[in-house]
Design a protein around this ligand. Sequence first.
Ligand SMILES: [Zn+2]
Length: 272
Amino acid sequence: MFLNKNFIGKFFRSNSYFFFFAITVFISSCFLVAEELDSFLGPRVNKNTLWVGNQIVSSSISILVMAGHADSQDIPGEGTSGEAVALKGLSPMDPSMSDELFWNLKVRDNVVKVGKIKGLNINAYDPKKRTIIDENDSKTNWSIGSVHAAQGGYVLEIHFDSYGRDGLGSGLIPPLSRRLNNIDESLAQSFGRYPLFFRGGLGAPRREIRILEVGKLEGNLETSLRDQKMRQMTLDRITNKIVDAILRGITKQDNFNQMLQEGDIFLPNFYQ
Ligand SMILES: [Zn+2]
């Protein structure tokens, strides 16, 4: 069918209000969807950051996933008890561990399961002993993780952030390394970005272990994890967000083209 050009021009002009309206609705609905997808995790960390991950990684890189606080129960640093237990008086998910560890373990195992299905070279580490006093013991997350990282692997420790004022929100805490890579960048774009020297350089980042704060253990996120009908769906959403970000990072065979923000300090090593 042929349409006369004049007819098309006239048609758009006479319906311009309609098109303006339709385009506005379309664009705003895109933002609504984006907002909704992100908001199931609650707030993102909101801090000024300087880093960009730009190193290309091998698609067969060995990825080790650990559950934060898996070796520090009953000692300071055992993880947040979550809003439900601490403020609402609900029972812990498992009385032998903090609620954060309970969920860290669930996310770790789901990420490894789904990651393998999606073709990642990914495994979990569990120290088995839930209380190891000496952080340099060879079985701790930190010890095993730092050895794995030194051998060229990628190490990710899963965490949930504190509820209320103590927590900052979801995001990746990068390792203190000159070799921040495309997986770091992709996770930071999906979850948020903590500063490089967050809290003066935490124990894990000093050992080249990445910390992923999934979200604050409170509100809708915690409620939907605790709700038996919504639990698996929520774990799967978290898991897919993590696995897909890792996949985007390893399949990207050039640099993420991120511009420096105004006020950022130029860090040549991070730009190769
Ligand atoms: Zn934690």
